[in-house]
Design a protein around this ligand. Structure first.
Ligand code: G3P
Length: 218
């Protein structure tokens, strides 16, 4: 499973990229607002830090303007994945951009039917939002299961399922069990994946005992 980080905070991205476990980055207009920096500048910087796909979202809702924005974003770097919404105009834009060799991430997916349309439009990634479905009392992971089942029936679909709106490590584990290709994870959740109290306690006990031996390896 690939891990993307869902943030536009360049310091966080640098820090997590240093772990060697980061495969890509996703941003959205809300994350850009939170970062408080010009979008084009942020995307350029992030693309030079992380070689994997970096999602940059369009903000126009009509096809013509969305395509113009997508082409501009795609020019920033080879690893930009242009994000378009799951709307008729978004999917029309997806088709054109993918035919031009640009990676496209179709975002705001909340149903299996929408995911099927994104795959038919040739999306590189489709982003179902699991946390937002959970928030309204639906089962986000059930949607991932449905999409994976459908995509397995059609091996000619190359679209990767990018699990988004991830809130906790169980979302990541369940998505991995279902065979989802990518999870985009907020920095705090990504860091949380490393943590286990028994790892911390065990390490402390080993190091305490090692100190008692008075030895050194180097
Ligand atoms: O980037 C899309 C998605 O991950 C947003 O998540 O937490 O705003 O629902 P959230």
């Amino acid at each position: 499973m690939k891990f993307f980080v869902d943030t536009a905070d360049v310091a966080e991205i640098k820090d997590l990229a240093a772990s060697g476990l980061l495969d890509g980055v996703t941003t959205n207009p809300s994350l850009i607002m939170k970062a408080g920096r010009p979008m084009l500048e942020v995307i350029k910087e992030v693309c030079s830090i992380v070689p994997g796909p970096v999602s940059a979202e369009t903000v126009s809702t009509d096809h013509k303007k969305m395509l113009e924005e997508g082409r501009k974003l795609a020019k920033i770097a080879k690893n930009v994945a242009v994000k378009v919404p799951l709307t008729p105009d978004g999917l029309k834009t997806c088709k054109v951009l993918t035919s031009e060799g640009t990676m496209v991430n179709v975002t705001l997916c909340f149903s299996a039917a929408q995911a099927l349309l994104a795959a038919k439009a040739g999306a590189t990634f489709v982003s179902p939002f699991v946390g937002r479905l959970d928030d309204i009392g639906q089962d986000g992971m059930h949607l991932i299961a449905e999409i994976m089942t459908i995509f397995r029936q059609y091996p000619d679909y190359k679209t990767q399922v990018l699990v988004a709106s991830v809130r906790h490590s169980q979302h990541v584990i369940q998505a991995a069990k279902l065979g989802a290709h990518v999870a985009t994870v907020p920095p705090n959740v990504l860091r949380g994946l490393f943590k286990h109290v028994l790892t911390d306690n065990g390490l402390k006990a080993f190091l305490d005992d090692w100190a008692k031996t008075g030895q050194s390896i180097l």
